[in-house]
Design a protein around this ligand. Sequence first.
Ligand SMILES: [Zn+2]
Length: 121
Amino acid sequence: MTHETKMLAYSDKLGADEQVSMEEMISSRIFDEVHGLTDPMGEEDCNALGREILYNVLRKFRPDLFEQELTCYNCKWKGYESDMEKTVAKGNVPDLYERTDDGADSAVGECPECGALIEEA
Ligand SMILES: [Zn+2]
């Protein structure tokens, strides 16, 4: 593959860095599978790898298909749980129980812009 045809394979509607890192993820997964097996990959192994790669690509570029979009009541930031560094799921939200009335049932995490606690709608 020439450099030129490779460039044409990228979409200018998505970030170049994201596409390159996704491409590296796919290529390293294929490399690991191909070199980690003594037998050649069978049809089922290829199907499973294809499904895993598709999932990772969709998860990266279409998080809306998997996650609910969240809005910060304080600064109106909009995004997804995967954009947040401090989340209830990761267990790294400081003073979570002091900051919620309902034992944090609906809390998702901290707004990456202003640090307010974001809850599910
Ligand atoms: Zn905010």
